[in-house]
Design a protein around this ligand. Structure first.
Ligand code: ATR
Length: 289
């Protein structure tokens, strides 16, 4: 007689929430990791209207969703719905990963470690560097927190200037670093890029489908600048193309995406995923688009 394993018919559910979410590569890379380890999980993407975030959180509990990734625009808004927040995510003020233990929701931030690890793995250093960071949202908060431990100076520029100033002031509470928030204006970009060693884009400018856009005019890039764009779709953004044209070193957002996803996966499943497989699947998908 054939033994039927009924538990295999009922996989544990993981998901990502965001608005919009259709361009997220998380289902592709997370399901690839699940298949490779032959685990009984499935990873889905949910487009959640911002007014429905509270209902989505109830849904995590009602449907017993084991693990949740939180994408734009919920990384800061989600905090008030959580039962527990990892101390670093609390300081960052943004959560991108949640674990659900029988209705008890704990939040973490894997963007911070994932983003910085991508830079270090590519052979770059942060110690003593002047950094110009574009954007002041959830990803910017995570990166600024880890960069502030080692960088010499950070300038945060943001469309909403107040958010850049607030982020800089919050970081000063935790680290003894020169950090300033400024307006997202060409005159500021010109002055600050000249003085910077590393330029980091955390805004969605240049992301699919607006692939002809760049967050900074090409003439402000110089060959001594390392350009790090955390946008990963397309794999080579306009900013990265401009950087190459100006002789800059550059790094795209794919490794940060894979790193943060792999850290989340391991937290949820207690199994280390194969990051190379996750990365390969995304390259195959985006390359074939
Ligand atoms: P994430 O979680 O990916 O960081 P987020 O928290 O929504 O997403 O942050 C997006 C950042 O990109 C914000 O700093 C946003 O600026 P505002 O604070 O003014 O909203 C910035 N951003 C988004 N679209 C932009 C645009 N078209 N031009 C300039 N900045 C933009």
């Amino acid at each position: 007689m054939i033994e039927k394993n009924f538990s295999n018919a009922h996989p544990k559910v993981l998901c990502v929430i965001g608005y919009p979410i259709e361009h997220s590569m998380s289902p592709i890379m997370q399901n690839a990791a699940i298949s490779e380890l032959n685990l009984n999980y499935v990873y889905l993407a949910f487009n959640i209207l911002p007014i429905n975030l509270n209902l989505a959180v109830k849904g995590f509990k009602v449907f017993n969703i084991t693990g949740i990734n939180v994408a734009h625009p919920f990384k800061q808004k989600i905090l008030k719905y959580l039962d527990d927040i990892d101390p670093i995510a609390q300081k960052i003020g943004a959560v991108n990963t949640i674990k659900n233990d029988d209705g008890y929701l704990t939040g973490k931030n894997t963007d911070a470690e994932g983003g910085i690890q991508a830079l270090l793995d590519a052979g770059y250093t942060i110690s003593g560097k002047n950094i110009l960071l574009l954007g002041a949202g959830g990803a910017a908060r995570a990166l600024t927190y880890v960069l502030a431990k080692e960088a010499k100076k950070i300038i945060v520029v943001n469309r909403t200037k107040k958010k850049a100033i607030n982020l800089a002031n919050e970081i000063k509470i935790f680290f003894d670093i020169k950090i300033e928030g400024k307006e997202y204006h060409n005159s500021v970009l010109k002055d600050e890029s000249e003085k910077a060693d590393i330029l980091i884009n955390t805004t969605p400018i240049g992301m699919y489908p607006n692939i002809s856009k760049s967050p900074i005019p090409i003439e402000f890039l110089h060959k001594d600048l390392l350009v790090y764009d955390i946008v990963y779709n397309p794999l080579e953004t306009k900013l990265l193309k401009d950087a190459t044209q100006k002789g800059c070193k550059s790094l795209g957002g794919l490794d940060m995406l894979v790193n943060q996803g792999a850290l989340a996966f391991e937290w949820w499943t207690n199994k280390k995923p194969n990051s190379s497989v996750m990365k390969k699947k995304i390259i195959e998908f985006l390359g074939n688009k």
